[in-house]
Design a protein around this ligand. Structure first.
Ligand code: PEP
Ligand code: MN
Length: 241
């Protein structure tokens, strides 16, 4: 299964152009509405005004949309706009207060939730976040492998630590894995080799960042693929599977 879309929504036209050029090739469209940024001056997403655009696209083209949520307010606004697939970002998985509050906001809701691995290599945080989602009765839970922060210089932006992915898979054999090669690689020219490597690990899906014009992207410009690059990558992956 392929999940793809921009790191962040920047404008209606950027969203629509990116969507139009890829939606026939993918299963779920991803987009960042709110971005957790280190610097207060960095682009933090278009915010709630873009939710109605996403809802319109998913209804018109019958393709579900997934977004990141970091607070119960995000969940509430997204549900009001018909969005039902959410992921918890790597910076949120480490915070049990937020994970707990997000889980409570989804109690009794027929939603799907994906949990990204925590930024650092404490797998208990990953398991803990999943257990909190299970505890409120959510049934559709997946894990996203996006690699781990590693201060020693490595080829990739985040160290994939396939060994830790395997530990996770042994501990949670029923939780499907979505591989996020974009945040592992950190550079668009390395995304494909991360996908090839991940194919060996029995992953369920890929979540790949795509932007109509990556060089101009307001977040993660180095790692986003152009629409045609995504389509080519999907062809290569399906030929090799
Ligand atoms: C993202 O998927 O755009 C994102 C912010 O990822 P992560 O939480 O893995 O850094
Ligand atoms: Mn990103």
């Amino acid at each position: 299964m392929i999940i793809a879309g921009p790191c962040s929504i920047e404008s209606k036209s950027q969203l629509e152009n990116t969507f139009q050029s890829i939606y026939r090739h993918i299963d779920i469209f991803r987009a960042g509405v709110w971005k957790a940024r280190t610097s207060v001056s960095a682009y933090s997403g278009y915010g709630k005004g873009s939710l109605k655009w996403l809802n319109h696209l998913q209804n018109k083209h019958s393709i579900p949309v997934a977004i990141e949520v970091g607070t119960p307010k995000h969940v509430e606004l997204a549900l009001l706009n018909g969005i039902k697939i959410f992921w918890v970002g790597a910076r949120t998985t480490v915070n049990s207060f937020y994970v707990q509050e997000i889980s409570e906001s989804l109690r009794g809701v027929d939603a799907e939730i994906w949990i990204k691995n925590p930024i650092y290599t404490d797998l208990n945080l990953w398991y803990g976040a999943i257990h909190r989602m299970e505890q409120v009765g959510l049934k559709k839970i997946k894990a996203i492998h996006r690699g781990f922060y590693d201060e020693s210089s490595i080829l990739y932006r985040n160290n994939p630590r396939w060994d830790l992915l395997n530990t996770f898979q042994q501990h949670c054999p029923d939780i499907p894995i979505i591989c996020d090669p974009s945040h592992i690689a950190g550079k668009s020219n390395l995304v494909s080799e991360v996908c090839t490597r991940a194919m060996v690990e029995n992953v369920d899906s890929f979540m790949i960042e795509v932007h109509e014009d990556p060089d101009q992207a307001l977040s993660d410009s180095l790692q986003q693929l152009k629409p045609l690059e995504l389509i080519q990558l999907i062809r290569t992956l399906s030929n090799s599977s």
